[in-house]
Design a protein around this ligand. Structure first.
Ligand SMILES: [Zn+2]
Length: 240
């Protein structure tokens, strides 16, 4: 479900479980990484995870409300200095309702290889000739200008690799962004293993890859898989 039609409370609840799902999938790096969701009733504001807590420690109380200039308009927790990744993508892409930045290892390794994402697996097809690469700096994205650079490198795609740093994923729903990020890391992992093993065999024809990309891009695919990971996270929380 897109954020439209959801209450602020429902959006925050979804962000809380998205964070737990991401940690369950190994997308955490200490307290680094952040997720934001645009407010459906005010597209110039967004909710964002705060600094100093893990992705699995998001609460209704510590989520910040931030404007497209990067300034906090509600909430008392510390803001991530990389807020401009989110604000500049929301400015450049009216279609985007959710932005995520994480540091998944295989995606970072691929970003440093200089090689493009290939369709060496089904998740790879999702990003085949549809993955940005930001190469301006290894440093944190701490200014609106740097954020605009990331938005430019993202272009019309669903994800961009920040060279030797991490990934940024953007989409029309939380589900699309979370599952897309997990699929990106899975695709990068398979590609790095396959390439490390030696020369890869020729890929399937472009039309074959595009057909799969179309099929796995359907919104219901992201929702079904996100809902499954939330149920699994809830079972694990209950058991612990
Ligand atoms: Zn980062």
């Amino acid at each position: 479900m897109s954020a439209s039609g959801m209450t602020h409370d429902e959006i925050k609840e979804k962000m809380i479980w998205a964070g737990k799902v991401l940690v369950g999938e190994g997308q955490d790096d200490f307290t680094r990484g952040h997720i934001s969701v645009r407010l459906p009733d005010n597209p110039s504001l967004f909710f964002m995870k705060c600094h100093s807590v893990g992705l699995d420690e998001i609460t209704r109380e510590n989520i910040l409300t931030i404007g497209l200039d990067g300034k906090v308009v509600a909430g008392t927790s510390r803001r991530h200095s990389e807020v401009f990744i989110h604000s500049e993508i929301f400015k450049a892409r009216p279609d985007v309702q959710c932005v995520l930045h994480t540091h998944p290892p295989y995606s970072i390794a691929l970003s440093g290889s200089g090689r493009p994402m290939k369709a060496l697996s089904q998740p790879g097809a999702l990003f085949y000739e549809a993955l940005g690469l930001y190469t301006d700096t290894i440093n944190l994205i701490r200014t609106p200008e740097m954020g605009a650079g990331v938005a430019k490198a993202l272009g019309p795609h669903r994800a961009v690799l920040l060279k030797n740093h991490g990934v940024v994923t953007a989409g029309a729903s939380v589900e699309e962004v979370i599952i897309g990020t997990i699929m990106l890391e899975n695709a990068a992992q398979i590609q790095m293993i396959a390439e490390a093993a030696g020369t890869t065999a020729p890929e399937f024809p472009r039309a074959d890859i595009e057909q799969l990309k179309h099929d796995i891009s359907r919104p219901d695919q992201f929702i079904v898989n996100f809902d499954y990971l939330v149920r699994r996270a809830k079972r694990r929380e209950k058991a612990s």
